[in-house]
Design a protein around this ligand. Structure first.
Ligand code: HEC
Length: 148
């Protein structure tokens, strides 16, 4: 019966572990970091005129047709000597509001203004439509507004 005991004892020990009551969830709002438009981020109040669908579309544009990830990195944290972090609370070319971000994407940043000497072409040089600019701006807005 040695082999049965060898199976049962660890199984019982595991059973005891499973019966430990779950640790209560940490109180307070969830703080999320990272580029994913998580459900927690989408639950918070989005800026006026922004819908969840726009954020989702913007997320696709960010790493797809919008070309944003090629300069700002797949996680939005920036690429040294190329383009800056879009996930922090520091904004150089606007007040970081949704409309400010829209306007930066529309206008771009000239090579003279840019701290890296690399220009940010208007609409990322990707011929984005007005609706696409708004969607990608909505996504970028969520990157720096983690849970409020
Ligand atoms: C060719 C490279 C390149 C591409 C592609 C690009 N950017 Fe940028 N972006 C830059 C550079 C360079 C800056 C200015 C960085 C600096 O001055 O440090 C910038 C700045 C910005 C800013 C201003 C940040 C602030 O502090 O105010 C926003 C917002 C932004 N980009 C969003 C986007 C979005 C959204 C896309 C895709 C639609 C995109 N960028 C694509 C290079 C790029």
């Amino acid at each position: 019966m040695r082999s049965l005991r060898a199976i049962l004892v660890p199984a019982m020990a595991a059973g005891a572990l499973w019966s430990v009551p779950p640790v209560p969830a940490h109180p307070g709002p969830a703080v999320r970091h990272g580029p994913t438009a998580s459900p927690e981020i989408l639950q918070q109040a989005l800026p006026a005129g922004v819908t969840e669908a726009m954020v989702r579309e913007g997320e696709k544009l960010y790493s797809g047709a919008g070309l944003c990830s090629t300069c700002h990195g797949p996680d939005g944290k920036g690429i040294p000597r190329l383009a800056e972090d879009l996930t922090d609370a520091r904004w150089r070319y606007s007040d970081g509001s949704y409309s400010g971000i829209v306007s930066t994407i529309e206008k771009g940043v000239s090579a003279e203004q840019s701290t890296t000497g690399i220009p940010f072409p208007p609409r990322a040089g990707a011929n984005l439509s007005d609706a696409q600019v708004k969607a990608v701006a909505a996504y970028v807005w969520t990157l720096s507004h983690h849970g409020g």
